[in-house]
Design a protein around this ligand. Sequence first.
Ligand code: ZN
Length: 159
Amino acid sequence: MRIKTILNRVQRLHGFVYARAMMLEEMGRLIIEAEIRPRAKSRPICSGCNRAGPGYDTLATRRFEFVPLWGIPVFFLYAMRRVDCLRCGVLVERVPWVEGKNHLTRTYAWFLAGWAKRMTWSDVAAAFRTTWKTSSAPWRWRSSGASSTGRSTVSSRSG
Ligand SMILES: [Zn+2]
């Protein structure tokens, strides 16, 4: 079964498609990278007001960590677009798989949060080789409003 098929089954992304997925070796470990592209003719969603607007430009490709498959780390690759919003000015688009400037996808953050109910946060971070802070727990996203800017307290250890 192709990795793209699995991803489409477990994590459909409204307005986006998996362009290609590949397994490769990075610093002595296997990883899976899945490139994401916007659907043809889709307009980016402004992270300030949640409305679609004309594209302004495209930023450098970022990597977002998804739930590992068979213990193999999975990363989404995507170049965020900026929106030239009539109301808000030029802002980075909102995408369905990540909150603000996090490196962890929402799905992975909730996955880790589930484990954090059974063991300590530092045990979870060690078990999944990921560093994160309780301040970036997914249940805090809602209480902090639009939360599209400023928080980058979640990062993952490479290697
Ligand atoms: Zn806006």
